[in-house]
Design a protein. Structure first.
Length: 207
């Protein structure tokens, strides 16, 4: 029996090693870049089976707090911004799971006190996905305000593509079930790595 368990365990380790060895180097590099090298703690989305396509990221209302012409920036942790720090990161993909570079992502959200900046651009800014389709935003956890659960707003647009406006939500929030706009398929994945809070979400665009 002991020999059987040992053999099974060794076989599993061997198969896992083979799976990692044959994984595309560029993909593993992207995972390491996103999570600072902590591959063991990654929860990867399953690769679509042949002929299947990823589900498109659903659209949400823009809301009354959007302001055009936000500055180019991916760091909202500026003087005067209150809230617990968090890094939001992920990839922009097409329906086949291929990364899409050069996508415009415009983020805005309430600060840690649940307040939006209507006179400036605190917690507002845009960026573009990099050559690997990756985006990253250094910001704070948004505070709560009447009628809404905790959320981020984002507008995405690939070159010559349509605009997708959506929102990102947080797991385990008491207000999720009471918010009429909440969608479970827009939940970020939260984890802590080396005392750093990370939220991960991959957007899927048409085209």
């Amino acid at each position: 029996m002991a020999d059987f368990v040992s053999s099974t365990f060794s076989r599993r380790r061997f198969l896992r090693a083979v799976a990692v060895a044959v994984a595309p180097v560029s993909f593993l590099a992207r995972v390491r870049a996103t999570l600072g090298g902590e591959i063991e703690r990654v929860e990867l989305e399953p690769t679509p089976a042949a002929g299947e396509e990823l589900k498109l990221t659903p659209e949400e209302t823009t809301g009354p707090f959007f302001q055009p012409n936000s500055p180019l920036k991916n760091n909202f942790c500026e003087p005067g911004v209150n809230g617990a720090p968090i890094n939001v990161t992920g990839f922009v993909l097409d329906r086949r799971g291929k990364s899409v570079p050069g996508v415009l992502l415009d983020f805005w959200h309430a600060d840690g006190n649940g307040e939006y900046d209507f006179h400036g651009f605190r917690c507002r800014g845009h960026q573009s996905s990099d050559s690997n389709g990756r985006y990253t935003l250094k910001t704070v956890l948004p505070g709560l305000y009447p009628g809404r659960t905790r959320h981020y707003h984002v507008r995405l647009q690939a070159a010559n593509g349509p605009i997708l406006t959506t929102q990102l939500y947080f797991p385990g929030e008491e207000r999720n079930d009471k918010d009429s706009l909440f969608r479970a398929d827009l939940l970020v994945k939260l984890r802590e790595i080396k005392e750093e809070r990370i939220a991960n979400f991959n957007f899927v665009l048409a085209g």
